[in-house]
Design a protein around this ligand. Sequence first.
Ligand SMILES: C[S@@+](CC[C@H](N)C(=O)[O-])C[C@H]1O[C@@H](n2cnc3c(N)ncnc32)[C@H](O)[C@@H]1O
Ligand code: SF4
Length: 267
Amino acid sequence: MKIMQAIVFDIKRYAVHDGPGIRTSVFFKGCPLRCVWCHNPESYKAGIESICRNNRLGDVEVAGQAEIGKAYTINQLISEIENDQLFFDESGGGVTFSGGEPLMQIDFLEAILKACKQREIHTALDTTAYAPKDKIDRIVNYVDLFLFDLKHMLDADHLKSTGVSNKLILDNLRYLSEKGKQIIIRFPMIPGFNDSKENINLMLDFLNELPRKPEFHILPYHRTGQDKFRRFGIESTMPDIPSLLEEDTEWVQSIFKESGYKVSVGG
Ligand SMILES: C[S@@+](CC[C@H](N)C(=O)[O-])C[C@H]1O[C@@H](n2cnc3c(N)ncnc32)[C@H](O)[C@@H]1O
Ligand code: SF4
């Protein structure tokens, strides 16, 4: 029998912005979207990649080979996660599965979530939710918290800036809320793409209709992933505009706070 494996491109320990407490964040490789502002271009392709990587040594650019992604079995990944159990227990933390899009590796995701719940580890899923409902159904009972991205409410603009329609995403958001799941909405605020008053109001109207009020987190546009494009030899699509400051998001914060949302900035 073939042993199930996931392709993971990073594991970050002591994360504090990906859900409650101190967390271990596991980043799955592969994403069906191509957000122009994405800071994780190494997540795009599903398999392990061998790339020609450019490194700078002083003033000299040196080319070398590097691998993006590593295969993990369930046992290997669960033992990585269990190493941090003490931090989870003391801080009320747990594990966050992110990416890329973890739902792309649904068989493994379902199995690792089950393994975490058997060990009573708190689980969060950082997702685009761009997946058919049957995939959502397979994992929904093993996810304690959804970190759910809302990138654009207008379908044509969503398609233009991410490569996919938002219809499935919005349907899944409504579905999860109807199921009473705990949800944090993450709004990557990208100047010139989704920060119009119209989009903010549409987002508010949509969220107001949900049966369970989610928290609302604003992720201000940043360019920290910019150097990865050069290092991994991928053509950059990141907008050539300055990163946003927290104060630039204040007007959006006010709109949501006035409507009774718990709002935070930066995760
Ligand atoms: C890399 S993604 C992983 C989860 C999933 N792929 C998604 O986008 O929903 C983690 C978070 O970072 C956000 N993000 C990506 N690029 C960003 C950027 N340049 N500035 C601010 N937030 C960004 C995403 O919107 C998402 O909420
Ligand atoms: S969905 Fe997330 S990982 Fe995928 S391209 Fe968009 S920001 Fe990047």
